[in-house]
Design a protein around this ligand. Structure first.
Ligand SMILES: [Fe+2]
Ligand SMILES: [Fe+2]
Length: 330
């Protein structure tokens, strides 16, 4: 089952024992997942005239700015604050054409969510848009990608953050791509390090949550925007396991299951958190909340929250238990 099994997102799961966001007597950890923020690029792009950036800016001004709305993102973040999760994850595409000024804004936006101890991010293809020193780009929000332990600046991924009984494993699938392409790649160095990291965290008894921008399994994205080494990643997940994989990039609500060594691994894609007007097949802005029990193998509970109509309030879209037994459903 290397390529995983895609299921329709029904949003009609089992009823939860309690409302997400209230204190949990079972010691569950609440994790929020947002993605594809696409903050506006502003006008400070003089001197950054790579062809891809010029087309990206045209695309922003002609199309994207009509759909990715700051007011919608603010509505989502206000609801997120009320839910008060234990930790917030953001799986990339914080910006549009990867300008240094955009990354400064991305750092300010992440800091507005909470301190780095409460917020974790990984980059998307729009964050590493053209070939540029990381320090001038995603390095601006390095604090939100910091490993528990000192790591070499040359190899900052995968990073690991231990949060109680949960461990976040942050991957970088983004790299500069040619015009009209948005594919991703982890590369052999990250893949080589990932397996032993997953095994070590399993030995520590931690619930492993992998963060990646691109959909991590083969067949989940168009080939021009897919993760090129998805099969290798699926093989590592199959051999070493994980309890949950979170991704963005497709701007769609997605649920798949990857094969694991003992049980299937839920793979959840969240839509953009800033879509305020209908945009093709992309749903209006959403984010997900996960309730993670302190027992390895316990099903993870999930609620989707988002806006149902342009300018409307955030409501509960659906909830379900991510039961690995669902992976057997055809
Ligand atoms: Fe995106
Ligand atoms: Fe993307």
């Amino acid at each position: 089952m290397r390529s995983g099994l895609r299921l329709a997102f029904s949003g009609a799961g089992a009823r939860w024992r309690r409302t997400m966001g209230l204190s949990d007597m079972d010691g569950n950890f609440t994790l929020a997942h947002l993605s594809d923020i696409h903050l506006p690029p502003g006008r400070r792009y003089l001197g950054h005239y790579q062809a891809k950036r010029v087309l990206g800016m045209l695309n922003w001004h002609r199309r994207r700015r009509r759909h990715h709305l700051a007011s919608t993102l603010a509505t989502i973040v206000a609801d997120l604050r009320r839910e008060a999760p234990d930790h917030i994850t953001v799986t990339g595409d914080l910006v549009n054409v990867g300008l240094p000024s955009e990354h400064e804004a991305a750092n300010r936006w992440l800091a507005s969510l909470g301190p780095p101890e409460r917020v974790t991010a990984v980059p998307g293809n729009h964050d590493i848009y053209v070939d540029m020193a990381l320090a001038r780009g995603i390095g601006h929000w390095q604090a939100f990608m910091a490993d528990d332990e000192p790591v070499s600046a040359k190899d900052p991924f995968p990073f690991v953050r231990r949060l109680g009984h949960v461990a976040l494993i942050g991957l970088n699938s983004a790299l500069p791509t040619p015009l009209f392409h948005a594919f991703g790649r982890l590369g052999p160095d990250q893949l080589d390090r990932l397996g032993p990291i997953l095994s070590r965290l399993d030995d520590e008894g931690l619930v492993r949550v992998v963060l990646i921008h691109h959909p991590p399994l083969p067949g989940l994205a168009h080939h021009r925007s897919a993760l090129q080494d998805a099969a290798a990643l699926a093989d590592i997940l199959h051999r070493h396991g994980a309890e949950l994989v979170l991704h963005g990039h497709n701007h769609r609500a997605m649920l798949s299951f990857a094969a694991g060594p003992t049980r299937a691994i839920p793979v959840v894609g969240v839509p953009s958190a800033s879509i305020g007007l209908a945009h093709g097949h992309q749903p209006l802005a959403r984010y997900n909340l996960f309730s993670i029990a302190p027992r390895l193998g316990a099903p993870i509970e999930m609620v989707e929250r988002g806006i149902a109509v342009p300018g409307g309030p955030v409501i509960e879209i659906g909830r379900r238990v991510l039961d690995p037994a669902l992976a057997a459903v055809t």
